[in-house]
Design a protein around this ligand. Structure first.
Ligand code: ADP
Ligand code: RBF
Ligand code: MG
Length: 169
């Protein structure tokens, strides 16, 4: 995937509320503007990378892009689980992420327990991959510290040029 690493940001919106309640794994959902803006070579599936909420610290993350086949969603979603315990929810805040690498495609599982086990294995893989020097350096990228990280990166805004520069295409 030539578009990796892929940088993007957007406001955290509400989903079905299943991540925390059913899976014990909360995922911060991006709005359609971010999902629709993905380059064509970024396929659906599970990714690892770095994430930061507002101007906060940068943490490891795993992201799911697609239709959640276990739940048969009709709408494509882009959901980030940040590998950190937050004290509070952060709906409405700006979430900045860099997708660094691809783990696997989305699957339907025979049970909820199997889905949870698969996600936990993704988390463990992400932790290891992100410690590799070529991946850990992206944590320090200016994208996470620039003063502009309170505004969304979307094609309809003046930020589209800067997004192209950020992603190098
Ligand atoms: P929704 O379906 O609305 O996305 P979830 O059950 O997936 O609901 O929970 C996601 C919300 O939980 C996020 O929007 C965020 O406000 C909060 N949250 C708390 N901790 C985390 C975390 N470590 N990673 C992602 N979201 C988190
Ligand atoms: N949903 C699926 O239906 N199949 C999957 O293989 C799958 N893998 C996921 C991997 C990760 C790392 C994360 C964070 C989520 C994954 N999901 C998957 C999405 C999950 O079903 C979704 O986050 C919840 O339904 C809450 O929206
Ligand atoms: Mg969610």
């Amino acid at each position: 995937m030539k578009s990796l690493p892929y940088f993007c940001r957007g406001e955290v919106i509400r989903g079905f509320g299943r991540g925390s309640k059913e899976l014990g794994i909360p995922t911060a959902n991006f709005p359609d503007s971010v999902v629709d803006n993905l380059p064509a070579d970024i396929s659906t599936g599970i990714y690892y990378g770095w994430a930061c909420v507002g101007n906060g610290d940068v943490y490891k993350m795993v992201m799911s892009i697609g239709w959640n086949p276990y739940y048969k969603n009709t709408k494509k979603s882009m959901e980030t689980h940040i590998i950190h315990k937050f004290k509070e929810d952060f709906y409405g805040e700006m979430l900045s992420v860099v997708m660094v690498g691809y783990i696997r495609s989305e699957k339907s599982y025979p049970s909820l327990e199997d889905l949870i086990a698969a996600i936990n294995s993704d988390i463990e893989q992400a932790k290891v991959m992100l410690d590799l020097p070529e991946n850990s350096k992206l944590k320090e990228d200016n994208f996470f510290t620039s003063t502009s990280n309170s505004s969304p990166v979307s094609p309809s805004s003046a930020a589209s040029t800067s997004q192209s520069i950020i992603n190098g295409h």
